[in-house]
Design a protein around this ligand. Structure first.
Ligand code: AMP
Length: 419
């Protein structure tokens, strides 16, 4: 088979790496990819949002399956466009990607199906939103409805902060993504991520993970795309996993099918583990980045048949095996991230750092300049390691981090500490 992975981050590097390991695969391409992905796939300079360019490439290169990594092309309908041209694609249709693309859509579905989530109201009017906030009190959460690159959520501890978030979103800070907002109840508890593969009718649980969104040690500083993750997350016990499948994932898959928007692809549930059981904070319609890097290191089975089965609606015939190990991904970001990452600094020592067979360094934002690897993004590397337990995996990952000679970058030193 000839497979095209769409995207250019650490998640797409991990997917390209896992796909390249499949005996079913003759050739892996990645559009547009990065310097690290180029070691596992042939990179083609076509952007993830360039639907016409991607379709043209798939026809010319006789691509058998396209695997779409990021949310933006999914929400924009890349899978629909590919399938309409007879090109098989893994990932949700635009109609199904609304689970991530519109928080209001997701909340209404939860309300209809009795899926446990925070109580909420949708607003387009500033005064009405503020009246609701005044009545509910704080803490309270204000969210832009659409995709806002992880910046559309404010957990407000004062009414003034909540009102400011309403003014900002409905005032146009996030463009069309903030034309509507969701104001919801604050949920207290431990956050967890849970991933399931779906084929429109069936759902196969993949794994749990915990990510670290804040830029600084001890969960301080601004939110980022994710500074590290590990899997599995022990707080997601088999009993909690069963509750998540029965109360959250499966009712969602059934409701989406009933609504004529069957969900195919990776359903990523952001959860709050509360005293009343797991509650859904949000859905994403693709693998998390960096959770994907940790998951792919733990996956023992061939990924490709599972992706094909999800696309073809026969996931009930698939059984995935996982290594009985913990995997951790420590993200190294360019100095200045997330506000103003410095580009172009040289990274040395990558080969030495990756010499341990239980370490894999996934690239997120790098480019090659003859024989030098340069930083070319905010999040730049995902140093990923496995170990028999979390402590062993952490030690191995930080040992590799310390072997990387990159004064232009930094990482959190406490990934996995809460586990
Ligand atoms: P989201 O983009 O919806 O995942 O929100 C980003 C982050 O905001 C989450 O990872 C949580 O840390 C926090 N958050 C979102 N919704 C809530 C909520 N209802 N209660 C508490 N924290 C929340």
């Amino acid at each position: 088979m000839r497979i095209l992975v769409v995207g250019s981050g650490g998640r797409e590097h991990a997917l390209s790496w896992a796909i390249a390991a499949s005996p079913l695969v003759e050739k892996v391409y990645c559009a547009p990819g990065n310097a690290g992905i180029a070691e596992d796939a042939e990179c083609v300079p076509i952007g993830a949002m360039d639907t016409t360019g991607l379709i043209g490439f798939c026809k010319q290169a006789a691509i058998d399956l396209v695997v779409v990594g990021p949310e933006a092309p999914l929400v924009a309908g890349l899978v629909d466009a590919l399938e309409a041209e007879g090109i098989a694609a893994f990932g949700p249709s635009a109609a199904a990607a609304a689970l991530e693309g519109s928080k209001g859509f997701m909340k209404d579905l939860c309300a209809r199906e009795n899926i446990p989530t925070a109580a909420y109201r949708r607003f387009t009017d500033v005064a009405a939103a503020k009246t609701y906030i005044a009545a509910q009190g704080v803490p309270i959460v204000v969210k832009a409805d659409g995709l806002a690159a992880g910046k559309g959520v404010v957990v407000a501890t004062t009414v003034a902060e909540a009102n400011d978030a309403v003014d900002a979103a409905l005032g146009g800070r996030f463009g069309a993504a903030g034309a509507e907002i969701v104001v919801e109840e604050f949920l207290a508890g431990e956050e967890a991520s849970f991933f399931a593969l779906c084929d429109g009718e069936h759902a196969l649980p993949l794994a749990s993970a915990q990510d670290h969104k804040r830029v600084g040690d001890g969960d301080t500083g601004p939110n980022t795309g994710g500074m590290g993750a590990y899997s599995p997350f022990a707080a997601v016990t088999p009993e909690i996993e069963a509750q998540v499948m029965e109360r959250i994932i499966l009712p969602t898959v059934r409701a989406m099918a009933r609504d004529g928007r069957p969900f195919k692809g990776v359903l990523y549930a952001g959860l709050m583990l509360t005293g009343e059981g797991p509650k859904l904070i949000e859905y994403n319609v693709r693998f998390g980045d960096p959770e994907c890097q940790a998951l792919m290191m733990r996956l023992q089975s061939d990924l490709v048949p599972a992706l094909l089965a999800a696309r073809d609606g026969v996931l009930n015939r698939v059984d995935l095996r996982w290594y009985d190990a913990t995997a951790i991904c420590v993200v190294m970001a360019a100095n200045g991230y997330p506000d103003d990452p410095q580009r172009g600094t040289e990274i040395r020592g990558l080969d030495k750092a990756a010499s341990d067979p239980d370490v894999k360094i996934f690239h997120a934002g790098t480019r090659r300049d003859s024989d030098r690897i340069l930083a070319d993004g905010g999040r730049v590397l995902g140093v990923t390691a496995t170990g028999r337990d979390l402590a062993a995996a952490r030690d191995r990952a930080y040992c590799a981090v310390d072997a990387i000679d990159w004064p232009g970058g930094f990482c959190r030193r406490d990934i996995g500490r809460r586990g």
